[in-house]
Design a protein around this ligand. Structure first.
Ligand SMILES: Nc1ncnc2c1ncn2[C@@H]1O[C@H](COP(=O)(O)OP(=O)(O)OP(=O)(O)O)[C@@H](O)[C@H]1O
Length: 249
């Protein structure tokens, strides 16, 4: 059984370097971290501190030079580092949801088809009541037949959020999920991520620059220069803002 004490995801000694010698950049430096199951963790840090790189490596979308990423879910324990592309695709489809800045919607499909795509590909079925709740709270009911090019940036973002949520994957990764949204819709998205954690025991890992958004999470991990600079449990937005300034020094 997966309990909140079990880490949903753990990474050990991740290193990643771009370039060589004087031009070398180290977005991950011997970074080890655990993300508890059924908790909402925010990842913050100065620009260039390695947040997006870490998220991509944890999600199996990018590889580290060395180190290990282990995913634990009801399906068991999987070491992502070491899987081939086909195996990784399967794990991502079954266990991981993505809300990324580039929404990666399929242009030829309607909003509804995009939202249901991961579930359909995985051969699963959607809980209609939950689906309708998500659509309603994201204000997408009258946009379901539209294709991405007929939607605003914010609406495309909401479609990507719905797509990540409806199949109830074990872990949801979100990279600046409120970045393009007005305050009200941003609050709805954060509320849905909380619902995913509180009601459906999903694990959410969210990169954000917004201290108010991070304050909605259970805990915040601070990155600085490719390393974990600290972890704050239930911080306020003011505490986060102060910690960020400190991490940037
Ligand atoms: N494909 C790449 N090639 C070379 N350098 C890269 C590449 N991707 C990222 N980097 C560098 O790695 C470092 C970390 O980048 P990353 O995007 O992970 O930071 P971040 O904390 O998410 O930044 P931001 O808050 O600005 O989005 C940066 O210095 C960046 O320029």
């Amino acid at each position: 059984m997966i309990t909140t004490l079990t880490p949903a995801l753990r990474a050990r000694a991740l290193n990643k370097t771009y370039g060589a010698e004087d031009a070398a950049v180290h977005p991950l430096r011997d970074l080890s971290i655990e993300f508890p199951a059924a908790r909402f963790t925010a990842v913050m840090g100065p620009s260039g501190s390695g947040k997006s790189t870490l998220l991509h490596v944890l999600a199996g979308l990018d590889t580290a030079d060395d180190g290990e990423v282990i995913l634990s879910s009801e399906r068991g324990e999987t070491t992502l580092t070491g899987l081939n592309e086909k195996q990784l695709t399967r794990v991502r489809r079954e266990s991981i949801g993505f809300i990324f800045q580039a929404y990666n919607l399929v242009p030829a499909m309607t909003a509804e088809e995009n939202i249901l795509l991961p579930t359909n590909l995985g051969g699963g079925s959607v809980d209609r009541t939950f689906y309708e709740q998500v659509i309603d709270r994201l204000g997408l009911a009258d946009r379901l037949k539209h294709r991405p090019f007929e939607l605003s940036g914010g609406q495309q973002q909401r479609v990507a959020v719905a797509r990540a949520l409806v199949g109830r994957p074990a872990v949801i990764f979100a990279d600046e999920p409120t970045g393009n949204l007005d305050q009200t819709t941003g609050a709805e998205v954060l509320g849905l991520l909380r619902t995913a954690v509180d009601e459906f025991a999903q694990t959410v890992i969210m990169v954000t620059h917004d201290a108010n958004a991070a304050a909605q999470a259970d805990r915040t991990v601070l990155l600085a220069d490719g390393r974990v600079a600290g972890t704050l449990e239930s911080p306020t937005a003011a505490q986060l803002a102060a910690a960020l300034i400190e991490a940037g020094r």
